[in-house]
Design a protein around this ligand. Structure first.
Ligand SMILES: *Cc1c(COP(=O)(O)O)cnc(C)c1O
Length: 482
């Protein structure tokens, strides 16, 4: 938060909003939580919302909306073609990013589908700071390959580097030299690098990458899904931008890249997505695909109500108070855990708190999915649903062998402006208990394993009866408490 100090000297995250609508949540007894986890095949994606106490699976489509967003939804103009809502949204987006053209798409991966169809050719390389699951799937589906050029620091769990999402400029130059620029379909920078712990990219880095791409004539694509957290970190951690308006930073980003796309399930706190560009040729090619895969050009598969909410949400995302909320709550949880020597990704990023399952469950081999096991144990311990971001989220190699992830993380995402500080305290309390009993956590194995994006639907079972042991220990320590 800007300019707010507590007299006590404590560093307390402060909600810069008030809660005016609430949803009841249920905390089931630990035995029932184990039952739910078993029914879900030890895959947190398959849990039912009514069985979950605090849902930290994702920030996708679950962010709190403002009263102004709800009000705007009532004004939505429902027409197949030429909807007023579309023009309002187009105006907001082209104004915020300073780009000429906007194309609507129903969510982030739909944007990736359209962009990959146009830009990715077989045997070409998409160079990026780091991949996102759906991004990689769309590029490889078109016969391309991805190459990750994140700085080595990005892979370190504990670091003091403030911009761990940065692309390594030497690696970028080397990759262009090695493949030849004609073999590079595009360079992609992902804001708030999702899979390495919501880590930001600096403006300095983006400027350098942009300069190289422009000099070589390579298209630069910017994934803005996690833009708001990244903007917060630019203001807080990049001194040059301390006094720059959020909106001005966004304009500068727009001026440095060729294509911007985003999931509005995250950016703009609604549900949808969009692509922006000032490149006429690419725009016309992509535009042809929208009616084919998404819907007519003035809605692109989205509900007009969501489009209205998105337009307002995007404008509200230019407010520093609004975008500070996730990072300060993530930091608060990380600090509580670090105080107990629990391994989490540092510096705290956006998106959520990322627990290092490799260290937390150092007794489990990667082949037994330590982060998946930790996600299951977390749910049993506290009704808290996180997401596995490790080997389970990878796809097997072509020869069927496991592709071990660089990092084994349990991601505890913070839906924007949803949780209160007391809930954060509860989360910390249960993680601390679990850490003290970590030797009880055992591995998992697949019983049903889909070939593509297996983490969504795959079903697993525990190796041994460790979940029962965990429940038994919970009862010993907590008595008849929930
Ligand atoms: C969520 C996400 C996507 C995909 O967006 P969906 O709306 O879920 O399809 C792409 N990139 C990043 C960085 C994301 O976080």
């Amino acid at each position: 938060m800007p300019n707010l100090k507590f007299f006590s000297g404590e560093n307390i995250p402060l909600e810069m909003h008030k809660v005016r609508m609430v949803q009841k949540i249920n905390l089931q007894p630990v035995e029932k939580r184990l039952e739910s986890m078993r029914a879900a095949g030890f895959n947190t994606f398959l849990l039912k919302n009514q069985d979950i106490f605090l849902d930290m699976l994702t920030d996708s489509g679950v962010n709190a909306m403002s009263e102004k967003q709800y009000a705007a939804m009532l004004e939505a103009d429902d027409s197949y073609a030429g909807s007023e809502t579309y023009y309002r949204l187009e105006n907001v987006l082209t104004d915020i990013f300073g780009m000429k053209h906007f194309l609507p798409a129903h969510q982030g991966r739909a944007c990736e589908h359209i962009i990959s169809q146009i830009l990715v050719k077989p045997q070409t390389f998409a160079l990026m700071n780091y991949h996102f699951t759906t991004t990689k799937a769309h590029i490889t589906r078109m016969g391309g390959a991805i190459e990750e050029l994140i700085s080595d620091e990005g892979f370190k769990i504990q670091s003091t580097n403030l911009f761990k999402g940065n692309m390594d400029i030497d690696k970028l130059n080397a990759a262009i030299k090695q493949h030849g620029k004609e073999k590079i379909c595009f360079v992609r920078i992902e804001a708030g690098t999702n899979l390495i712990g919501g880590q930001p990219v600096s403006m300095k880095n983006l400027r350098e990458v942009s300069k190289i791409c422009r000099a070589e004539g390579i298209k630069l694509v910017y994934d803005a899904s996690l833009l708001t957290d990244n903007l917060y970190f630019i203001k807080i951690r990049e001194p040059e931008y301390k006094n720059t308006e959020v909106k001005e930073i966004v304009r500068e980003i727009g001026s440095l890249v060729d294509i911007i796309y985003f999931s509005a399930r995250k950016l703009g706190a609604a549900r949808g997505g969009g692509i922006l560009t000032s490149d006429n040729e690419i725009f016309h090619k992509m535009r042809e695909l929208i009616p084919l895969f998404e819907g007519f050009l003035t809605y692109g598969g989205m509900s007009v109500r969501e489009m209205e909410a998105m337009a307002v949400g995007l404008q509200e995302s230019m407010d520093f108070d609004v975008i500070s909320q996730t990072p300060i709550f993530v930091e608060a949880l990380c600090n509580e855990l670090l105080a107990k020597n629990i391994p989490v990704v540092t510096p705290p990023g956006g998106l959520g708190c990322h627990v290092d399952a490799k260290q937390f469950c150092s007794h489990l081999p990667q082949a037994q999915y330590p982060s998946g096991a930790l996600a299951s144990a977390m749910f049993i311990a506290g009704g808290i649903r996180g997401m596995e971001r490790g080997t389970l989220s990878e796809q097997r190699n072509a020869d069927g062998t496991e592709r071990f992830a660089d990092m084994e993380l349990l991601r505890l995402a913070f839906p924007k402006r949803v949780f209160t500080l007391s809930q954060v305290k509860y989360i910390a309390d249960r993680i601390i208990w679990l850490y003290q009993n970590r030797s009880l956590i055992g591995g998992l194995k697949f019983v049903e394993e889909p070939k593509v994006l297996r983490f969504f639907f795959g079903r697993l079972e525990p190796i041994g009866n460790w979940p029962e042991q965990l429940v038994k220990k919970f009862r010993e320590d907590f008595g008849d408490s929930l």
